[in-house]
Design a protein around this ligand. Structure first.
Ligand SMILES: [Zn+2]
Length: 262
């Protein structure tokens, strides 16, 4: 009633007095388009008097969000309750229209340095040694995995070569900066670069876990094949490829056959 629950104002007793159930509908106190509360107690008589100015609509009930006419959606509810932070520079590198969720999540963790790498586990006493599981002799850290370890460096070099990019490999956050600068917009070549970075981060982390927990090893060529497979599958499904030399050579490098090719 005027934004407050009846039983909050009058207590549960009034519901009992009215002879209504706890789950009664509003329509049960309407008769012929008018309010009709049973006059069984002083409280109910007062309620009948107080509700007279609440207009009765015969149209079906609707749920609105914030203002009348604004339909409800879980998206609007989430936007309404969440707090927003300022947008980060790497936002579009991770969250773009063609993102693969598990890859993007892993890349997001890597940019935030949130992976539980062995150096962190050693620091809190979970492990006795933080040595790299790729047997290079160095300590495993995020920087080491992405891509200072020779095994990972070669994988990332092979991925960059598919874009005809041949350059030294930088430290992790410099790589991220480089990728931000070279993947602006969501056109096809930029999209493939973003997909390739996220797929590489994901498959390297998977291989690291495979070695840590399953004692299984895959050769680097197999990791590169898995990266190519995921990226090629996404290229097929997105399909914003133009009939240009640049797009065509990118498709050839990533093993994607265009219509009419065999
Ligand atoms: Zn290593």
């Amino acid at each position: 009633m005027h934004g407050e629950l009846i039983h909050a104002l009058y207590g549960h007793r009034v519901i009992y007095d009215a002879g209504l159930g706890r789950l009664a509908f509003v329509k049960e106190v309407l008769r012929d388009g008018r309010w009709c509360w049973p006059p069984n107690s002083e409280d109910l008589i007062e309620i009948q008097r107080r509700v007279q100015d609440i207009p009765i609509s015969l149209s079906p009930d609707n749920i609105f969000w914030e203002t009348v006419g604004n339909s409800f959606s879980t998206k609007k509810a989430w936007q309404g309750i969440r707090s927003r932070s300022s947008e980060v520079l790497w936002h579009n590198l991770v969250w773009h229209p063609s993102w693969i969720p598990k890859h993007a999540f892993c890349l997001w963790l890597a940019i935030l340095a949130a992976h539980k790498t062995r150096d962190k586990l050693l620091a809190i006493g979970v492990l006795q040694s933080a040595s790299c599981v790729f047997y290079c002799g160095a300590m495993e850290s995020l920087e080491h995995l992405y891509f200072q370890c020779p095994y990972m460096e070669n994988i990332w070099k092979a991925v960059l070569a598919k874009f005809n990019i041949y350059r030294p490999i930088f430290h992790w956050m410099e790589e991220v900066q480089w990728m931000i600068g070279h993947t602006k917009g969501n056109k096809f070549p930029e999209m493939v670069r973003k997909l390739a970075l996220a797929a590489t981060i994901y498959h390297i982390w998977l291989e690291r876990n495979r070695r840590c927990f399953n004692n299984r090893f895959l050769p680097a060529q197999e990791i590169i094949r898995k990266i190519m497979q995921d990226v090629a599958w996404k290229i097929y499904t997105v399909g914003n490829i133009l009939r240009t030399e640049r797009h065509h050579s990118l498709c050839v490098n990533w093993g994607v056959l265009l219509d009419g090719e065999v």
